[in-house]
Design a protein around this ligand. Structure first.
Ligand SMILES: [Zn+2]
Length: 316
């Protein structure tokens, strides 16, 4: 590990104010974004939009709010300064994100339209306070997300797809959505039915989706935030960085997307606030271009063999 990485892992906060800010950054961003969405649920503005479009409008606004703050904080206050340097993967990161989001939306629409899930929100669970429904929905969805993610590390055929997400050598918000679209759709198929079957209302489903989006941005951000007690409940950036270690003893941990409940129950929660994280990435090779990355799971063995000796245009 280089000296630059070691020193950057332990940001020296100049003063007490910055230390306090490092503790409140995560909750402040979540609460402020959620407040924007809550305002959208309760207000009648903008009045020219119908109620569904109004909620979507405010969700996008709250997401943009968090995105702008994180972009600013990553420049001003990085957790690891070396991760500010370009890895040449921004076009691939954005292309994966677009394909990923588009295909996942289609899968959600198709799954939600199935008759088996059609009466969601009609039962007693749908009459509970919204906050309770959101907690129920998150715990249920997380069960599917946890196992889909864990199997994508432990089953070699699934790892071929998930390795694209783990192939990056730095974490920042631009590679939050860098997933092979088949990898993401496996996660949705594994988690959405659990949430729909709880019977929570559509508003609760929107809130679970929004919180998932907020926490997803935060887990990858290169901002010097401290987790504190939040590490015991949520998948914070501090926990998620360990998940990107190429060492299986460190990387095969913290599979939860939002919550760490199932990691704690199944023994994969890794909490090392005082240890130094080394380099991140994968031990296998990965092509640099988007189209090649889409294809590589299907030619995995041949690509690994040939690129190890001949090809220098790989991430590792
Ligand atoms: Zn993973």
């Amino acid at each position: 590990m280089t000296e630059a990485l070691v020193t950057a892992d332990k940001p020296r906060h100049a003063g007490r104010v910055e230390q306090i800010l490092s503790f409140i950054a995560w909750p402040a961003l979540v609460i402020s974004s959620a407040s924007i969405l809550a305002f959208g649920f309760s207000s009648g503005h903008p009045s020219f939009l119908d109620v569904t479009l109004r909620k979507a409008w405010f969700f996008n606004l709250s997401y943009l709010w968090m995105l702008c703050w994180l972009l600013l904080l990553e420049r001003r206050w990085p957790w690891r300064r070396a991760w500010q340097r370009s890895d040449g993967q921004l076009p691939a990161d954005l292309a994966h994100t677009l394909l990923d989001k588009g295909s996942v939306q289609m899968t959600i629409i198709l799954l939600s339209a199935l008759p088996f899930f059609a009466h969601r929100g009609d039962g007693w669970v749908g009459t509970l306070p919204l906050a309770v429904q959101v907690v129920i929905g998150m715990v249920a969805a997380e069960f599917g997300l946890y196992w889909a993610h864990r199997l994508s590390h432990e089953w070699p055929i699934f790892w071929r797809f998930h390795a694209i997400h783990h192939s990056v050598r730095r974490l920042w918000i631009a590679n939050t959505g860098r997933f092979h679209f088949i990898d993401s759709n496996i996660s949705v198929v594994a988690s959405l039915p659990f949430m729909l079957l709880t019977g929570i209302s559509m508003d609760a489903i929107i809130w679970v989706s929004a919180i998932t989006a907020y926490l997803g941005l935060l887990t990858h951000c290169n901002v010097a935030m401290r987790g504190g007690w939040l590490d015991y409940l949520f998948n914070t950036p501090n926990l998620h960085r360990w998940h990107h270690s190429p060492d299986p003893a460190e990387g095969n941990s913290n599979y939860g997307q939002n919550l760490v409940l199932w990691d704690q129950i199944f023994g994969t929660w890794l909490h090392r606030p005082d240890s130094e994280l080394g380099e991140i990435g994968i031990v296998e090779r990965m092509p640099r271009r988007f189209w090649q990355q889409l294809q590589v799971p299907f030619v995995w063995t041949r690509f690994q063999r040939e690129s190890a000796t001949a090809d220098t245009s790989t991430l590792v």
